[in-house]
Design a protein around this ligand. Structure first.
Ligand code: NI
Length: 162
């Protein structure tokens, strides 16, 4: 296992649409392990492969609930229901937070590390995290979803970090 460098806002890899995994190999499983270790060491609840410089549709999530560590390969959100605004942050945008509107409940279909197709319905923090990480795979940061006022505030805080 290895701790990977987390790319920060402004890195072009975060703007790319990530590539699907055609066939899961040992190399992808290694990436899943490294991403989980990187996420835990940064005290994060989710990490998408583009954040460690790999433009691949791979996500790890652990919101410290009964699901434990979730490893999502090629995740697709197939249902969104309700709407809720809450504070959100991102390991690629350190120490900056903003209020983002997200669906309250989502269903996500994905492949696990053993190439089994799975379906998960989630709400609360897990639902928010799934949407946030899936956004990364489309080249979007949560900053893109802030309203104008909050976006300006977040960008100012980001610039202040240098
Ligand atoms: Ni993020």
């Amino acid at each position: 296992m290895a701790i990977l460098e987390i790319k920060k806002a402004g890195d072009p890899v975060l703007k790319q649409v990530a590539e699907p995994i055609e066939r899961l190999t040992k190399r992808h499983r290694q990436l899943l392990d490294d991403m989980a270790e990187t996420m835990y060491s940064a005290d994060g609840v989710g990490l998408a492969a583009p954040q460690v410089g790999k433009s691949l549709r791979i996500v790890v999530i652990d919101v410290q609930d009964e699901h434990g560590l979730l490893e999502l390969v090629n995740p697709v959100i197939t249902m969104r229901e309700g709407s809720v605004v809450d504070s959100e942050g991102c390991l690629s945008v350190p120490q900056v937070y903003g209020d983002v509107e997200r669906a309250e409940r989502v269903t996500v279909e994905y492949t696990d590390r053993r190439s089994r197709r799975r379906t998960l319905t989630a709400e609360g923090l897990l639902a928010r995290c799934i949407q946030h990480e899936c956004d990364h795979l489309e080249g979007h940061l949560y900053l893109d979803r802030l309203d104008r006022k909050n976006r300006a505030k977040a960008m100012k805080e980001l610039r202040a970090q240098g």
